[in-house]
Structure formats: structure tokens, C-alpha cells
Design a protein around this ligand. Structure first.
Ligand code: PLP
Length: 250
């Protein structure tokens, strides 16, 4: 079994964050090593707030894991603060690192106190922004696949990412990967279902497929298909777990 380090926040609603990451790595047959950065207070309708852990707690967690396991890949999600971002950058340098630059929830609650600090984790990372995050990081307006390519190129050529996957789930369901001077397009279509936490699942699945030894484009393809499958499955599941969801929506 391959060990995958997960650095992420906890969603009390059980949909996104560290729980989704653990489930993803486990579902793909590898071993999750969870290091918590922040505790959120949320349910599927709203993120009420969050509390970020002291950065030394995060540092000690990552160190303990590195000293006891052969970490094959790292997934970084919600960081909560610029201070935690700095510690995570220092402690994960040199590892294959998938970085999901979480800025805000879909309900538009900010999940980091210092958005600029996210840029410091881009160098050397495989960065997986959605279109909003890519717009914020690269300062490029995204309306098309061509714009996604421009943002992905900027994240690699200007910001120093190892690779960039700009995810089009909010735009056209196509994901664009830019890696070693080449573009790869992964077309998808709208899948009906519960999408909360799908960004977390995608980056965890990507880290897990890299840990298994897949080359990056194949790992992205597999991660995308895994998430599409999870969304399909979630439809029936989420209604059973959370009847309030339907009441609110109808
Ligand atoms: N809560 C936590 C702990 C997260 O890590 C994230 C996203 O990464 C979210 C909430 C937001 O999820 P969504 O964008 O699906 O609302």
C-alpha cells in the first residue's frame, strides 16, 4: 500500500475536506495520512466559520508522518492561514505535491485569511484550481478553454508550478492540464448529483494515482473519471443521509 499525506481542513457536514480526502485515498486502495489544518463549522447549506490550528501543530503532524512512512505523494487542501501555508510549504518541499488552492466554499465563505499566501505554495506543486481560483491566482478572466490554457500556462511559466490542472466544472466541464510545455484537454459532461467536496476528492484522487506510479496525464484522467462516478453515486446517497437537502431545494 502507498502512503499519501493529506493536509486539509475538517468539514463537520462530512462532505468535503479531510473526510472526503481520507475516503478517496482509501477507496483507491492506498493509505491516507491525515494532518488537520483547520476545523470548520458547516452543514451542506452554509459554512458558519472556522478555526485554524496553531501552525506548530501542523508542522509536528507532518514531521511525525514523514519520519514514520515513505510518503509517495502529498495532497494539500484548505490551509486556513498564511502562517499554516508557510509551514506546509517548508515541510512538504521536495515531495510530489498536489495543491488544491482553496480560497472559499461554493457558498462564498472565505476559507483562508491571506489569499496571497497561496501563491507561495504554487512553485513545485501540481496545482488544481477551479476557474475562480485560477482567475484569482493568475489574474486572468476565464470564459473559454483558451482562457483556461492561458491561466494554466501562467501558473507554470510565471508562478513556477510543476503543472497546472484548471478544472472547468463551473464552466464547460472540460479540465485543462498544462505540463512540460504540452496541453491536455479532458472533456466531460454535466453529471447530475451532489458536488460538494468534489474538488477535494479530485486532488486526493490525483495524488493517489501519482503515488501508484501513473504518469500525470493518465492520473488526471483517472481522477476525473473517479469524481464523475462519485457524483453519480452521491445522488441517491445524499438524499438518504440528508432529507433536509431536498426540503430546502424544493
Ligand atoms: N470545507 C472544507 C474543509 C474544504 O476543504 C472545502 C473545499 O476544499 C470546502 C469546505 C468547500 O467545499 P465546496 O467548494 O464544495 O463548498
Amino acid at each position: 500500500m502507498m502512503a499519501v499525506l493529506i493536509v486539509a481542513g475538517l468539514d463537520t457536514g462530512g462532505g468535503a475536506g479531510l473526510k472526503a480526502d481520507i475516503e478517496t485515498v482509501s477507496a483507491l486502495g492506498e493509505h491516507p495520512l491525515p494532518v488537520l489544518t483547520a476545523v470548520t463549522y458547516q452543514n451542506p447549506f452554509e459554512v458558519r466559520g472556522y478555526h485554524t490550528l496553531p501552525s506548530e501543530v501542523v508542522r509536528e503532524g507532518i514531521r511525525a508522518v514523514k519520519d514514520g512512512f515513505e510518503v509517495k505523494a502529498v495532497k494539500i487542501g484548505m490551509l486556513g492561514s498564511g502562517e499554516v501555508a508557510r509551514v506546509v510549504r517548508e515541510e512538504t518541499a521536495g515531495f510530489p505535491r498536489v495543491f488544491d488552492p482553496v480560497i472559499a466554499s461554493s457558498t462564498e465563505k472565505k476559507l483562508i485569511d491571506d489569499t496571497e499566501s497561496l501563491k507561495t505554495l504554487v512553485p513545485g506543486s501540481i496545482v488544481t484550481p477551479n476557474v475562480y481560483e485560477a482567475e484569482a491566482l493568475a489574474s486572468i478572466e476565464i470564459r473559454s478553454v483558451e482562457d483556461m490554457k492561458k491561466a494554466a500556462t501562467a501558473l507554470v511559466e510565471e508562478f513556477g508550478a510543476e503543472a497546472a490542472v484548471v478544472k472547468g466544472g463551473h464552466l464547460n466541464f472540460t479540465d485543462v492540464l498544462y505540463w512540460r510545455g504540452e496541453f491536455y484537454e479532458f472533456r466531460g459532461e454535466k453529471v447530475e448529483g451532489f458536488t460538494h467536496g468534489t474538488g477535494c476528492a479530485f486532488s486526493s484522487a490525483l495524488a493517489t494515482f501519482l503515488a501508484k506510479g501513473f504518469e500525470l496525464p493518465k492520473a488526471v484522467e483517472r481522477a476525473k473519471r473517479f469524481v464523475e462516478g462519485s457524483i453519480r453515486f452521491s445522488k441517491a446517497e445524499s438524499k438518504a443521509v440528508n432529507p433536509l437537502w431536498e426540503i430546502e431545494r424544493d
